[in-house]
Design a protein around this ligand. Sequence first.
Ligand code: 5GP
Ligand code: MN
Length: 342
Amino acid sequence: MQQWNAFYELINSDSKRFVILTHQNPDADAIGSSLGWKLYLQKKGHTATVIVPNECPSNLRWMPDYAEVITFDQNAQTVAQSKKLLQEADVICCLDFNALHRIKGLGSLAQSSEATKILIDHHLEPEPFADFAFSDTTKAATAQYIWEIIKQMGDAELVDKPMAECLYAGIMTDTGSFRHGNTTPEVHLAVADLMRTGLNTNYVHRAIFDNNSLGRTRLLGYVLSEKLTWLPEYRTVYMTLSLEELKRFNSEIGDTEGIVNFGLSLENVVMAVLLIERRDEIKLSFRSVQDFSVRELANKYFSGGGHKNASGGRTSTSLPETVNLLLSILPEYQTQLLNVEK
Ligand code: 5GP
Ligand code: MN
């Protein structure tokens, strides 16, 4: 309550300089919640800038005000600009991630800034760096949380169609288009409220999902037909993609997003894993159903974490070695995997 009152005062104070940060490889919830929050802060009379650690995928660049977003790692100028903004900021908001070290260079700049820090997130185990921490894993998306905070502020009427588009994009994608177990009544209520602004949900859905390049569509076909391994004894599916294969399909940032979910759509599958070779690491995406938690596994063996049913991790070995590591740990989880009701 005390936190809320001080937070309320801050948001309702005279014009302040806000900087909004979100996680590496921004997804629709990261950039959608950030832009929605930025548009709100501007309506409250503040100045606000969104900085992303690296580039957003092309299917998210339609969002209102995306043109104003600063991509930190783009060039020396964007690095310098970000440094200046963070040094001069009165308030830094961290959206859709739980620890500053996860955004590397940008995180250390934020850490050393004197600004008041706000965290708004729905991941487990937030690090205690923020002056105001709104961290709630029952929220399906950070964008849902943003909407609820604006409503609690008494500012629901400030939310217009552009803000609703940004927030809806985050809610829709983090719930897997309202399919995942995190799709609560509150999710649908938030969407109902957002739709009253004139939001066209069909437009947002098409902008995000029906905008694939030919390369991405062919890449998906290739992975599913050639690179998918089904391990019935572990009810696990895994898929791999090497740098060479990504290059062959002219893969761009974001092109591999969502591929792992196709693994989960298979009959009887409890866990799906996508292993992607990047220049400096192997990135793993884990997805699961029901009570089987991939978060613990991602954390214990792959220096990662996330949510119960959607986590990520990485190794610094080769792709074949990472596959071997995955295969070697599966027996530990076999009983759990076999006992899940699907
Ligand atoms: P994705 O597979 O889409 O990269 O990640 C799935 C989920 O896990 C996302 O919510 C993402 O934020 C989270 N995640 C991915 N990598 C890590 C990590 O290294 N640490 C933590 N704590 N979460 C991660
Ligand atoms: Mn999210």
